[in-house]
Design a protein around this ligand. Structure first.
Ligand code: ATP
Ligand code: MG
Length: 602
């Protein structure tokens, strides 16, 4: 393609809307344009990148035995009602764009396709002989994200590859999952990204397996905890670790003390001259279930630890049935406004004890009359601890479970693992922390959707059995931007060769110089004929402008028909290193072929 004929517009200034380097660069270099909140146009250069990413994804999915299809984006609400997700997706989480057609029928724009694929499987898979199956598509997804940001990283319309596997049993599903795991490794490696597969939260669905593929970059919205021996890496939402050992508490006997102005662990430690591990912290949460029921939750945990809200939410989903619900639609620390809706009297916030009386709750139809009391494992073995007294500005010390306080019946693991903790697999290893961008997520679903939607097959023994499913997503558009976030310098983008929009760009410093122009035309034709995707910068611009633009756009190899032409040579520059060398004109094609082959083999 000739730049003189392309819609090629670059910007000098960083766009005001962009916060992170990859977003700034993609806008400045003319890859994307913002059309609305979280909605972007993929301009011709970007579309080529996306096609390349898609092609690598496609090749690896096909090699793993999956079949490509294309599912509808417009999805009838009935399907989502069958799976039980319509209300959560349109109201509670509100992530699905919902609309009504002219007949008044409700529809959603697909944020994901479990419902659609399960209905297809229900109709088409009848017998164990048809298993296993794996179907995938590469398509635009719609999600009404509450905080769309960072360009393509978190859009409201974005491209995803999603795949769904169907197996006869758990063992089959695990095998399908393993194949996808390997395919994802290949995809990440081939796109040239430095990544890490990490254990991920599989939410209330349970099941043993869910992993995320993370690109490590400071702009990542996720935190990854890992050990240097390479044996452990997990999303902080899911991570486990050994809590630090606690020394015996300094309190000898039970007493209530005046502790003015000590609502925080830190202030209390200072006053009592003890460590945070000697304090029992009682944190109040408010959970709302999908049937509208509000439950007040009191979590007791060792004072040097923090509650992991994802783990807590998973525990609360398990208990949903006790309150007549199925799913959690909100989990918060209740603020003053929320408290006003149910508190019978002001709460002793900052001074709460595990035995806070239930009469603080003004029970109504939609509010459970008793606190749900949970105790984290770290708190169970505490002795002679300090904790609140349910009276402002007073704490008790020297308290024990079974004496002054009854140990809550429900013992849970809801503590956050954090950087510096010892690893479970080897206490010599400590957890390190890094930021990650979630590029892919693979998931052992089990029978959640097949049971809800009655998708069964007939087994070899003639029994009707639910299909056992897995699902596997890759953010194609997010991946493309993550590649930039991982690879740029002060001059612009440095594309990995495998997903660069073009391999090479031929720059003519002076288009009025016939020799320069003729050589450039010849190289441009020869390179393209040899399968090296090449641009020709034949614009009537100063050479400096052309070099700047080439750096910004990030094409891996630049060829300049300049001064050395008289010796039958051109200058060839590697974008990544700015390393430059003179190459004989007739050797340019073979040189680039070699470099590209080398880069792709990595
Ligand atoms: P996140 O935690 O980032 O919101 P998710 O867990 O909701 O993502 P999945 O449902 O697992 O995402 O979707 C599969 C993949 O699609 C993700 O791993 C991610 O790469 C991509 N993705 C998800 N949401 C977006 C979005 N709003 N914009 C761009 N890509 C996205
Ligand atoms: Mg995910």
């Amino acid at each position: 393609m000739r730049l003189s004929q392309m819609l090629f517009v670059t910007l000098r200034e960083d766009p005001a809307e962009a916060e992170i380097p990859s977003h700034k660069l993609l806008v400045r270099a003319g890859y994307i344009r913002r059309i609305g909140s979280g909605v972007y146009a993929y301009l011709p250069l970007m579309w080529r990148v996306l096609q390349k990413v898609s092609q690598i994804v496609r090749q690896e999915m096909n090699a793993a035995g999956a079949e490509e299809c294309l599912l509808p984006q417009v999805q009838p609400s009935e399907l989502w009602k069958e799976s039980g997700r319509w209300d959560t997706y349109t109201q509670a989480e509100g992530i699905m764009f919902a609309l009504q057609d002219r007949q008044g029928r409700e529809l959603g724009l697909g944020p994901t396709h479990e419902e659609v694929i399960t209905t297809i499987a229900r109709e088409m898979i009848r017998s164990y002989r048809q298993l296993p199956r794996n179907l995938y598509q590469i398509q635009t997804k719609f999600r009404d994200e509450i905080r769309p940001r960072f360009g393509l990283m978190r859009g409201r319309e974005f491209i995803m590859k999603d795949a769904y596997s169907f197996d006869a049993d758990e063992a089959g599903m695990k095998e399908s999952y393993r194949k996808m795991h390997d395919a994802y490794h290949n995809i990440m490696r081939r796109t040239g990204l430095a990544f890490r597969a990490v254990d991920a939260d599989s939410g209330a669905i349970g099941g043993s397996g869910s992993q995320e593929f993370m690109v490590l970059a400071d702009a990542g919205e996720d935190e990854v905890l890992y050990t240097d021996d390479g044996q452990y890496a997990a999303n902080v939402e899911k991570a486990v670790s050994l809590p630090a050992d606690a020394k015996p508490a300094p309190f000898k006997e039970f007493e209530k003390l005046d502790t003015p102005n000590t609502p925080t662990i830190e202030s209390l430690c200072k006053l009592l001259k003890c460590s945070a591990a000697h304090i029992l912290k009682n944190v109040l949460y408010q959970v709302v279930y999908d049937n509208g029921m509000t439950v007040l939750v009191l979590v007791s945990i060792r004072g040097d630890q923090d509650v992991n809200e994802v783990k807590l939410q998973n525990e609360l989903v398990k208990l949903a049935g006790d309150y007549g619900g199925k799913a959690v639609i909100g989990l918060t620390v209740p603020d003053a406004e929320a408290q006003a809706k149910w508190a019978a009297k002001p709460l002793p916030l900052g001074y709460i004890a595990p035995n806070l009386k239930d009469d603080y709750i003004q029970s109504t139809k939609n509010v459970a009359p008793q606190f749900l009391r949970l105790v984290d494992q770290t708190a169970v073995d505490m002795q002679n601890f300090a904790t609140g007294s349910n009276e402002t500005d007073k704490h008790v010390v020297g308290a024990n479970w079974g004496k002054e306080f009854q140990l809550p019946k429900r013992v849970v693991d809801v503590r956050s693992a954090k950087v510096g903790d010892r690893a479970v697999h080897d206490p010599e290893q400590t957890l390190k922390s890094a930021r990650g961008i979630e590029i892919g997520h693979i998931f052992q679903l089990g029978t959640k959707y097949s049971k809800a939607m009655n998708a069964t097959y007939t087994s070899e023994q003639g029994e009707e059995m639910p299909l056992v499913m897995g699902c596997y997503g890759i953010g194609v558009s997010r991946l493309a931007q993550a590649a930039v976030e991982q690879s740029y310098d002060k001059d612009g983008i440095i594309w990995p060769v495998a997903i660069a929009p073009y391999h090479a760009i031929v720059i003519v410093p002076n288009i009025n110089d016939t020799a320069q122009m003729e050589t450039a035309e010849q190289l441009y034709a020869d390179l393209n004929a040899a399968g090296i995707e090449t641009l020709l910068d034949d614009r009537d611009e100063r050479a400096g402008v052309k070099f700047k633009d080439a750096d910004l756009v990030g094409i891996p190899y630049r060829i300049v028909t300049g001064r050395s032409l008289k010796d039958g040579k051109v200058e060839v520059v590697k974008r990544a290193t700015h390393e430059s060398q003179e190459v004989a004109i007739e050797q340019v094609v073979t040189t680039l072929q070699e470099w590209i082959a080398q880069a792709l083999a990595q």
